[in-house]
Ligand binder design. Structure first.
Ligand SMILES: CC(C)(COP(=O)(O)OP(=O)(O)OC[C@H]1O[C@@H](n2cnc3c(N)ncnc32)[C@H](O)[C@@H]1OP(=O)(O)O)[C@@H](O)C(=O)NCCC(=O)NCCS
Length: 149
C-alpha cells in the first residue's frame, strides 16, 4: 500500500466517494476539485495495486485568529480494505505532514455515534474536547483534538 498526495486526476473517484459517504456541509463533491489545487488543503490518497482505496483530507485553515490550528475533514477507506490499518496510516501521514507545515494542533468533528471513527482517532492520539454547538443531520457532533509535538 502506498500513500501519495492526491492530484486533480483523482477528482472523479473522490467526488464519487464524497457523494456517497459525506453528504453534509464540510465536504461536497464540487469543492474537492478546488481543494486538490489549493495549498490550504492536504489530500492524501492510499493506493493498492494501482487502485485507489482511501483518502484523508486536512484543512490548514490559515485562520489568523487560530494560528497553527488545522482541521481534519475526512478519512475514508473503501469497504473491501477496512480493518487493515489503512486509516491509521492515512491519519498518521497527515499528522506528520502537518507538523512540517508548522501545525501545532489538529481538531475534527465526529458524530457522537461513529464509534468506529472515534476508535481510529483515539489510536492516532486524538481525544474528546467538547460537544460541538451545532447538530449535523440532526445528530450530536463531538469535537476531538490533538496537539502536535
Ligand atoms: C472509519 C474508517 C476510515 C476506518 O478505516 P480502516 O482502514 O478500516 O481503519 P483501520 O484498519 O486503520 O483501524 C483503525 C482503528 O479504527 C477502529 N476500527 C476500525 N475498524 C473497526 C471495526 N470494524 N470495528 C471496531 N473498530 C474498528 C479500531 O480502533 C482500529 O484500530 P485497531 O484495528 O488497532 O483496533 C472506515 O471505516 C471508513 O471509511 N468509514 C466510513 C467513513 C467514515 O466514517 N469516516 C470517519 C468520519 S470522517
Amino acid at each position: 500500500m502506498e500513500l501519495r498526495k492526491a492530484t486533480i486526476s483523482d477528482a472523479p473517484f473522490l467526488q464519487e466517494i464524497i457523494r456517497r459517504e459525506f453528504a453534509y456541509a464540510l465536504l461536497s463533491p464540487e469543492t474537492i476539485v478546488e481543494k486538490l489545487v489549493d495549498e490550504r488543503f492536504l489530500v492524501i490518497k492510499a493506493i493498492e495495486g494501482g487502485e485507489f482505496i482511501g483518502f484523508a483530507e486536512l484543512d490548514l485553515l490559515n485562520d489568523p485568529a487560530r494560528i497553527g490550528v488545522a482541521r481534519l475533514n475526512a478519512v475514508f477507506v473503501v469497504e473491501k480494505h477496512r480493518g487493515e490499518g489503512i486509516a491509521i496510516k492515512l491519519v498518521k501521514k497527515i499528522l506528520s505532514l502537518a507538523k512540517k507545515q508548522n501545525v501545532v494542533e489538529i481538531f475534527l468533528l465526529v458524530r457522537f455515534d461513529n464509534e468506529l471513527a472515534k476508535g481510529l482517532y483515539e489510536k492516532c492520539g486524538f481525544s474528546f474536547e467538547k460537544i460541538y454547538d451545532k447538530k449535523i443531520e440532526g445528530k450530536e457532533v463531538e469535537v476531538w483534538s490533538t496537539p502536535l509535538k
